[in-house]
Ligand binder design. Sequence first.
Ligand SMILES: [Zn+2]
Length: 312
Amino acid sequence: MMKKYFPYFLTALLLLSGQLTAISQEKKVTITVDDLPTVIYADEPYVERLELTKRFTEFFSENEIPAIGFVNEKKVYAENAPDPKEVKLLELWYEHGLELGNHTFSHMNYNQNGFDAFTADMLKGEKVMKKVGGKYNQPPVYLRHPYLRSGKTQGQSDSLLQFLDEQGYKEAPVTLDNGDYLFAVKYEKARNNGDQAEMKKISDAYLEYTADQIDYYEQLTAHVFDRQVPQVFLMHINWLNADVLEELANLFRSKGYAFVSLAESLEDEAYDHPITRYGDWGISWLERWALSDGDASDLMKASPTVPEFILK
Ligand SMILES: [Zn+2]
């Protein structure tokens, strides 16, 4: 009996494991966290911000999520020198095996300030990371554009890309953007008021909106590439995200995503897709590629809307 059934069992098992492998390899996402050391909506005491940093770094480390944080070093300075307590917040990322990248010193808008001011601000914004990250053999190599403003003309965009290349940097695009800051401001207010019901209402709406955004961007991805490509997800280091990290990770897992490093995502040839349309916009790279390829306005109209009560 055993002999007769074993091969069927084995075949089924192989098929199943093959399918599982196919599913788990199908989609990849990189988690990126902007505006480090922390986003400050209200005057939060240092212990709170230390706790916030620990929540993110410990979660990523325990769940083997190779996330990258993008830093505005201006926030690290007290007077004219880096404040060791603030530097400690950055060090926690390295200690947990995570990477940091440059988000300019003062969160500067490239489109508004131009090449000279922007590149000076960017170089000013790598000093602490070069020193601290150097100890971990991890100097910053990625730039995340504040407001996702990467040049409103081809000339402006090209000159920055060339500068990054000369400096040993790469740009860190964003494909998946869920407008978390819109929800986070309201959430922070509810949290400061100790209003649990309101916090729950906001975080539920946020997770639902994020799920819809992932679906929307997957459709856009299929439209541009006829396949799914590794996504780069943008979020900010705030209490809303800290409180739903587990749910966010499970949301990605339930949709078949594996978490990979930024380097791994950017290896995909999708990230060489040409951009030929420019504007003063902070849209996802998927929308830039879709617009460059032709008319994607119908698809982009399907972009989910933020609930009314959040916008109020
Ligand atoms: Zn930012």
